[in-house]
Design a protein around this ligand. Structure first.
Ligand code: G6P
Length: 583
């Protein structure tokens, strides 16, 4: 939530920061701003709205080689230019950008000599640094950081020196190392086109960039850091010929399921042993990753006959009574920065729980805080609406379930069949078919989605897709629950999407479809075969127990086309952000 980028080097700092913010916009897009250091002092330029189409010439700031920028997802204070970052100290000697929350900002504000001009918690940081400059900038930044409560990260520049200082206290900040140039950003994608060499700032550490980056612990002691090479291609994060990132990433699934299959077999078997021997395994994730966890609970149950607990990140603290040093936790997160999941990991760690995570972002906090991890290999995912990371996570957990069952090779070959079936499925005719269905649903305000077994959490996930991309009210239910309430919503014409496979749930699910049909509901069946109960049929390949991985894909496409037909930007749904780094 909120994207930060800072640059120091010989190039046009504003251009670099602008491009970096455009890469980071998925982290928040209600307003943005850039701050610079020039011979004359510090200056800022801020705007409400998205930064997407802004050009260098639109930014009225003097040339500079030191700049910091921010794209905002509002927490404290409305979406106004005044509340947009960067924030300045009253005498304009400090400029700050910030991600996260300063929980005690109201209390700190009581001791300020000059009142704040914005409603934000961030502005307090600029005031405090400015008030503490007697022993220099770095000292003032460190002393300020000590006073802040809550999880956040900030970057500051000052009027007197050419230094950039940043402190990480829970929110990610990564230092990029180029040729005589340095970057600090919330996410490597912000500077990936300039360098793939990074140094990680750990929690409660500060970095000061002057001649080179210098890292310090919370007591001010200098710490040595390694330079790490990131093996992500900048190209994978571009949308190419596609109109939106969302459809580009849906189409990427032609390759990403296969890439997810590419896991170290020895590690899969080792982790399978850990799952077999653990006194309780918890899959933990939020949003779509949470639905991946729920779906995988069914994978482990049906494939390996093993009970695994799927828990939503924000609810995990309520399970702490069950945690021991024999518990295993498998956090699942695309960004690896979701605060609720990181908090859950902290709780687990205190109880000695072993943590083996599923990550997609190399170097993310989750990766570095885990005992071990699987990279799901989906590549950069930019659209807020998660797609290819979802199927990649499902694929790895499917493999893991097979590893627990002792049928890893069987699982692997089934998954490879699934990957090639998806490649065939994602053709232009299929896309056109889904667009036609979207046309049918375009004017509807409510859509019901049902499924049984692993298709139940997939129905929940399909509902998330439709809601977040197209703002259609969609709700998923277990097929059997329909008659316990939701069936009251069915009127002639109500669209009900039914997810059904050739498994033991097929008959009961078709019965549910018929119950809806006899009350006038319009059934859209997502299934390998057509059925008289369906008014419309979306064909999916029959991939056996890997079915949830393919069933979600037409739902992602439907969400995309609905968004476009309803005139909504599918890449930037209102009120959302991709990386949720606040509670
Ligand atoms: C946000 C995003 C979702 C995502 C969830 C968890 O809500 O909008 O698409 O599923 O966060 O994100 P994570 O990075 O942990 O997978």
């Amino acid at each position: 939530m909120c994207g930060i980028i800072a640059y120091k080097g010989p190039k046009d700092a504003i251009e670099i920061v602008l491009k970096g913010l455009q890469q980071l916009e998925y982290r928040g897009y209600d307003s943005w701003g850039i701050g610079v250091k020039t011979q004359a002092g510090l200056d800022v330029f801020k705007k409400t709205g998205q930064i997407g189409k802004v050009n260098r010439s639109d930014i009225h700031l003097p040339e500079s080689t030191i700049a910091i920028g921010h794209t905002r997802w509002a927490t404290h204070g409305g979406v106004t230019e005044t509340n947009a970052h960067p924030h300045q100290s009253p005498n304009k000697d400090i400029v700050v950008v910030h991600n996260g929350i300063v929980e005690n900002f109201e209390e700190l504000a009581l001791h300020l000599s000059t009142p704040r001009v914005s409603e934000t918690d961030t502005e307090i940081i600029a005031h405090l640094i400015s008030q503490n400059m007697q022993q220099g900038f770095a000292h003032a930044v460190r002393e300020t950081a000590k006073k802040l409560q809550g999880k956040s990260g900030f970057v500051a520049i000052n009027k007197d020196t050419d230094e950039i200082a940043a402190v990480r206290s829970g929110s990610p900040l990564i230092v990029g190392i180029g040729e005589n140039e340095y970057f600090i950003a919330s996410d490597v994608t912000a500077f990936l086109q300039h360098t793939k060499k990074v140094m990680y700032l750990d929690n409660n550490e500060m970095v000061v960039i002057n001649d080179a980056p210098h890292f310090y612990d919370a007591d001010g002691k200098e710490v040595q850091k390694r330079i790490v090479d990131i093996d992500w291609e900048a190209g994978t994060s571009e949308k190419g010929d596609h109109a939106h990132y969302l459809i580009k990433e849906i189409m990427d699934q032609k390759h990403t399921i296969m890439a997810a299959t590419n896991q170290d077999e020895e590690k899969l078997k080792r982790v399978a042993d850990e799952i077999r021997n653990a006194y309780g395994t918890f899959l933990v994730g939020c949003g779509t990753a949470g639905k991946v966890c729920q779906t995988s609970e069914y994978f482990f149950s049906s494939i390996a006959h093993k009970h695994i607990n799927a828990v939503v990140g924000s609810e995990f603290s309520n399970y702490h009574h069950y945690l021991t040093d024999k518990t295993l936790m498998i956090p699942v997160s695309q960004s690896g920065e979701t605060m609720d999941v990181l908090d859950a990991m902290e709780i687990a760690k205190k109880k000695g729980v072993k943590i083996i995570s599923l990550i997609n972002v190399v170097g993310s906090t989750m990766m570095r805080e885990s005992d071990d991890y699987f990279n799901v290999n989906a590549g950069v995912e930019k659209a807020v609406v998660s797609t290819k990371a979802t199927t990649a996570q499902l694929s790895v957990l499917y493999l893991l379930a097979h590893a627990v069952a002792g049928t890893l090779q069987e699982g692997k070959s089934q998954l490879m069949n699934t990957a090639s079936a998806v490649t065939d499925m994602l053709n232009p005719r299929y896309d056109a078919r889904i667009r036609d269905l979207a046309q049918l649903l375009k004017g509807r305000e409510d859509v019901i989605i049902i499924g049984r077994g692993a298709n139940y959490p997939i129905a929940l996930e399909a509902a998330i897709k439709l809601m977040e991309a197209s703002y259609v009210h969609a709700q998923g239910f277990a097929g059997g629950e329909l008659k316990h309430g939701p069936i009251a919503l069915i009127e002639p014409g109500t669209p009900v999407i039914v997810l059904v496979n050739n498994d033991e749930n097929k008959e009961a699910t078709i019965s549910n479809a018929k119950e809806v049909q006899s009350r006038g509901g319009v059934i859209i069946g997502v299934a390998p075969e057509n059925n008289p109960a369906f008014s419309h049929w979306i064909k999916v390949p029959d991939v056996g127990d890997a079915a949830p991985i393919v069933n979600i894909i037409p739902m992602q496409m439907l969400a995309y086309h609905l968004a476009v037909l309803r005139g909504i930007d599918p890449d930037k749904p209102r009120n959302l952000a991709k990386s949720v780094t606040v509670k």
